[in-house]
Design a protein around this ligand. Structure first.
Ligand code: BTN
Length: 327
C-alpha cells in the first residue's frame, strides 16, 4: 500500500536524514508552492523542531522535537511493511485499533499516541497515559496460529519490551507474570492484548496488542494512588528516546512474532520472572489461592507451590505479592 505523505511529513523525513533541504527543490518535487513548504517549516517549528535557514539558503534541522511524528518512526523502525498512524492525543489506541480491525485493516497497522485520555488496563482498570512522558501504542495482528496459542502474543511482547528497555537504558527489566514489566521494583509498562476469536476456524480473527510504557516520570509524579507502584524507565529526560524505545519494541516484537508459535523466546521470559521465590496470592476467576512461585514453564504458565504442598500451573490469573520468601 502506498500512503501519500503530506508536505510537512516529506520535509521532516528529509530533514531527519540530515540533509539541507532546498525549499524550492522540495516545492518542485512535491508539485506544491514555496509558500506551502514555508508553512510546513513554520508548523514544524511550532511543534518544537529547531530548523535553521530560509527558502533560498536551504533548511537544516539542528534539534529534533519531543513531539512524536510518523517520519521519525519510519526512520527508526526496521520493519518497513507497517502502516503507522501517529496521534497527539487519542481516547485509547486499543479501542481505536479494534474499530479499525472490524473495518478490515491489515496486520501491521499501528497506532501510536503521545497521550491517551481513556487509556485502558487489564480487568477494566484505567491506564494513566499522560502527555509527553510515556508512549502508548497498539499493533493490529491477524495471527495464523490457533487461538490456544494466543497467550504467546502477550508473552512475546513482554520479552520485546524488556529487551528494548535493557538495551536502551542499561537497567535490568523483570516480567511480572503475565504482562507487567518492572524496573527497580516499579511497574514501568503494561500490556493489554484484546482478541476476537473466529469460532469456525478456531483461529483469531484479529488481536490488538496494546503497550504503554512510562518512559519518564510525569511532572508531579504518578499521583497518590500509583506512586508506590508505578515507575519510569529513565530518571532523566532525553530527547528522542521515546521514539527509539517504541521503535525497538515494535522491531523486537515482530522478530519474535514472525516465528510464533515457536517458543524459543520463552527462555528470556523465564529468566526475567519477577515473581520467582515470592509468596503470592493468586486470583483465578472466583478462586483465590496462595503459595510460592517456583517459575514459569515453557507454555508461560505460572508454577506455584501451594500451601498444601501441591505444585500447580496456572495459565491465567492476577498475582499479587504477599511477602518476600526467604529460603
Ligand atoms: C495493564 O497494565 O493493565 C495494561 C495496560 C495497557 C496499556 C496500553 S497503552 C496502549 C494501549 N491502549 C490502551 O488503552 N491500553 C493499552
Amino acid at each position: 500500500m502506498v500512503v501519500k505523505m503530506s508536505v510537512k511529513e516529506s520535509l521532516l523525513k528529509a530533514l531527519l536524514e540530515g540533509e539541507t533541504v532546498s525549499g524550492t527543490e522540495l516545492a518542485d518535487s512535491l508539485k506544491v508552492s514555496r509558500n506551502a513548504v514555508w508553512k510546513a517549516v513554520d508548523s514544524l517549528r511550532k511543534d518544537g523542531y529547531t530548523i535553521q535557514g530560509q527558502t533560498n539558503s536551504g533548511y537544516k534541522l539542528t534539534k529534533a522535537s519531543e513531539n512524536l511524528s510518523k517520519p521519525q518512526f519510519e526512520k527508526y523502525i526496521k520493519h518497513n511493511n507497517l502502516d503507522i498512524h501517529v496521534y497527539d492525543t487519542i481516547g485509547s489506541t486499543n479501542t481505536s485499533l479494534k474499530e479499525w480491525a472490524l473495518k478490515g485493516k491489515n496486520e501491521g497497522t499501528v497506532i501510536i499516541s503521545q497521550e491517551q485520555t481513556e487509556g485502558r488496563g487489564r480487568l477494566g482498570r484505567r491506564f494513566l497515559s499522560p502527555q509527553s512522558t510515556g508512549i502508548y501504542f497498539s499493533i493490529l495482528l491477524r495471527p495464523r496460529f490457533s487461538a490456544e496459542h494466543s497467550l504467546c502474543i502477550t508473552t512475546a511482547a513482554a520479552v520485546a519490551v524488556s529487551d528494548a528497555i535493557e538495551e536502551l537504558s542499561g537497567e535490568k527489566a523483570y516480567i511480572k507474570w503475565v504482562n507487567d514489566i518492572f524496573v527497580k521494583d516499579k511497574k514501568v509498562c503494561g500490556i493489554l492484548t484484546e482478541a476476537s476469536i473466529d469460532f469456525e476456524s478456531g483461529g483469531l480473527d484479529y488481536a490488538v496488542l496494546g503497550i504503554g510504557i512510562n518512559v519518564f516520570e510525569p511532572d508531579g509524579g504518578f499521583g497518590e494512588e500509583l506512586n508506590n507502584i508505578a515507575g519510569a524507565v529513565f530518571d532523566k529526560r532525553e530527547d528522542g528516546i521515546r521514539q527509539k524505545i517504541c521503535a525497538k519494541v515494535i522491531d523486537n516484537f515482530f522478530d519474535i512474532y514472525e516465528n510464533l508459535p515457536n517458543n524459543d523466546y520463552i527462555v528470556k521470559y523465564q529468566n526475567r520472572s519477577y515473581l520467582n521465590n515470592k509468596e503470592v496470592k493468586l486470583s483465578v476467576g472466583r478462586e483465590t489461592v496462595s503459595g510460592v512461585v517456583v517459575g514459569v514453564d515453557d507454555s508461560a504458565r505460572l508454577m506455584v507451590k501451594l500451601e498444601n504442598g501441591e505444585l500447580r500451573a496456572f495459565n491465567s490469573g492476577e498475582a499479587s505479592i504477599i511477602k518476600r520468601y526467604n529460603k
